[in-house]
Design a protein around this ligand. Structure first.
Ligand code: R5P
Length: 315
């Protein structure tokens, strides 16, 4: 492992440190700061010539700051002659604009995939992309991890009986089906309409939820509107305990307050995005994906398969 070097930007230092602890390596030295005008300033503090370099940086809020930090780090590293650079992006921002669904809109997911490669990434390691097919936007190898096993291990401890997995929208059916299979549970779907980027309306629930315990599963919780509206509809339809598990807890604006006042009894999120300690409360639990990433990094470094991780990893 002496050729393995891990660096981190400022987006999720805690996750990067946990990954290093699992791998028993020191976090690489790098200065990632700002010039007085706000420009990102990077100085890599150790030799990386011939090394296998991993840069950990979710592109979570502040999205643009974190994105540019990652790009500037990649540029600094590629000019220092490593053997390979992997951008480890636990949360891949800008992914929701992934098709031209209206006139004169961008496809930012493709734009970001292109920029990462231009900046110096030779490969990408990420988790629960907003849509699986985004993998095809990259012309460099991409390894896609899933948080489902981490959440499965976590919820197993709760021994929830009579369980139905619920997708809060039609787009999430595939992921919800995977959860239902792993959890050996039923499946239901919320037919959601988005009125505007920040608000949603539930039309119908497809599937039986009456007198069932449910887990809503989603890739992202941003404003919280999708989950809160879905939970309201599930309660109306007679669901008992309403759990939710979401990989990427963006939790923007007053989302935490909304969750607290909602029909959701319990929300589990991962630490792909740092959770602000001041927002901690009894309803929200953070489950770590550090071991999952650490194991994937080890396997990529050793040129081993990572598909075994889809069945076994523990949080
Ligand atoms: C939508 O396609 C995503 O899977 C999430 O449901 C959505 O991004 C959540 O956003 P919000 O929390 O703002 O409703």
């Amino acid at each position: 492992m002496d050729k393995l070097v891990i660096f981190s930007g400022n987006a999720n230092m805690r996750l990067a440190r946990k990954i290093c602890v699992y791998l028993n390596v020191k976090l690489g030295k790098a200065l990632v700061t700002r010039f007085s005008d706000g420009e990102v300033r990077v100085k890599i503090g150790e030799n990386v010539r011939g090394k296998d370099v991993f840069v950990i940086q979710p592109t979570c809020p502040p999205v643009n700051e974190n994105m540019v930090e990652l790009l500037v780090m990649l540029d600094a590293l590629r000019r220092a002659s490593p053997r390979r650079i992997t951008a480890v992006i636990p949360y891949f921002g800008y992914a929701r604009q992934d098709r031209k669904d209206q006139p004169r809109v961008p496809i930012t997911a493709k734009l970001v995939a292109n920029i990462l490669a231009v900046a110096g990434a030779n490969r990408v390691l990420t988790l629960d992309l907003h849509a699986g097919q985004l993998q095809g936007f990259f012309d460099i190898p991409l390894d896609h991890l899933y948080a489902v096993n981490v959440f499965l291990d976590y919820f197993k401890r709760k021994s929830i009986k009579n369980l139905v997995i619920v997708s809060p929208d039609v787009g999430g059916i595939k992921a919800a089906r995977a959860y239902a299979k792993k959890f050996r549970a039923g499946l239901a779907i919320v037919d959601k309409r988005r009125n505007n980027p920040n608000s949603t309306e539930v039309m119908h629930i497809l599937g039986k939820v009456k007198n069932k315990n449910v887990i809503l599963v989603d890739d992202i919780i941003a404003t919280g509107s999708s989950l809160v509206e879905a939970a309201k509809a599930l309660r109306r339809e007679g669901a008992k305990k309403i759990y939710a598990c979401v990989t990427h807890g963006i939790l923007s604006g007053n989302a935490v307050q909304k969750i607290n006042n909602s029909d959701i009894d319990y929300l589990a999120i991962s630490d792909s995005i740092p959770f602000d300690g001041s927002k901690r409360n009894r309803k929200i639990k953070v489950v770590s994906v550090a071991n999952l990433f650490a194991e994937a990094i080890k396997r990529i470094h050793k040129e081993e398969s990572i598909s075994v991780l889809f069945g076994s990893i523990r949080s």
